[in-house]
Design a protein around this ligand. Structure first.
Ligand code: ATP
Length: 208
């Protein structure tokens, strides 16, 4: 039987991409013995109210962060799509592009579970890809009891079986943006190539 290709899709704002994203991506890539991992920066997250940094900068920071990591790439498909842009549209796009012999995984941190049941066409999402929930510092371990009135038992099992017990990385883009704006150190929080890009383009009120 033909072995299915495994493609991991890692969506988010990546404003900016940080070492938490990168370490998690590497760990999950190895755990799943995946073939490809694509970062998929969102044009504007339907879950966030603030306007993000222009996509061209977020895309380039991701490119620089992953340029020497085999198997990793970045897709601009969400940045080029008119709003509103939903995860389900992205999964359908990759499903069509990669065909039925690819297993698609969509990664989310445990913080994303707070309103997961409200995501656009979420039950269809659970049918066409595997949603992998990762642990996140500051949030409870992923648990799905509270979704029992919304999702079928099969979907709950799907979610439970695809939890990935990742180590906790206590880093967030919000904290990095705050530190950069306040002139605080971001040492060890993001790759040097990304810090360099932020400096060159004076993003996030960088004032060092
Ligand atoms: P912000 O602070 O701006 O909300 P973020 O650090 O959460 O940003 P995103 O780009 O929004 O970064 O995250 C993309 C995905 O990665 C989301 O599913 C998020 O839950 C997950 N994620 C980000 N950082 C971590 C982390 N440190 N541990 C686990 N998951 C994370």
């Amino acid at each position: 039987m033909l072995k299915k290709t495994k493609t991991i899709l890692f969506g988010g704002s990546f404003d900016p991409i940080h070492n938490g994203h990168l370490r998690l991506a590497q760990i999950v890539f190895e755990k799943l013995s995946a073939d490809h991992l694509l970062f998929v920066p969102a044009r504007r997250s339907p879950h966030k109210s603030e306007l993000p940094t222009p996509g061209v900068h977020r895309l380039e920071m991701i490119r620089r962060a992953i340029e020497s990591i085999p198997g990793f790439s970045v897709s601009d498909c969400e940045l080029n799509r008119p709003e509103p842009s939903y995860t389900i549209d992205t999964i359908c796009y990759f499903r069509k592009k990669q065909g039925p012999d690819t297993l698609l995984y969509w990664l989310i941190g445990a913080d994303q579970l707070e309103d997961f049941d409200k995501w656009h066409n979420v039950t269809e999402l659970l049918e066409i890809c595997r949603i992998c929930v990762m642990y996140r510092a500051g949030y409870l371990k992923p648990a799905f009891e509270r979704f029992q009135s919304v999702f079928s038992p099969e979907h709950i099992v799907h979610l439970q079986q695809n939890v990935i017990q990742t180590p906790l990385f206590d880093v967030s883009s919000t904290d990095i943006r705050r530190r950069l704006a306040g002139g605080e150190s971001v040492s060890g929080m993001l790759p040097n190539s990304v810090v360099q890009y932020i400096r060159e383009h004076q993003l996030y009120g960088y004032a060092h």
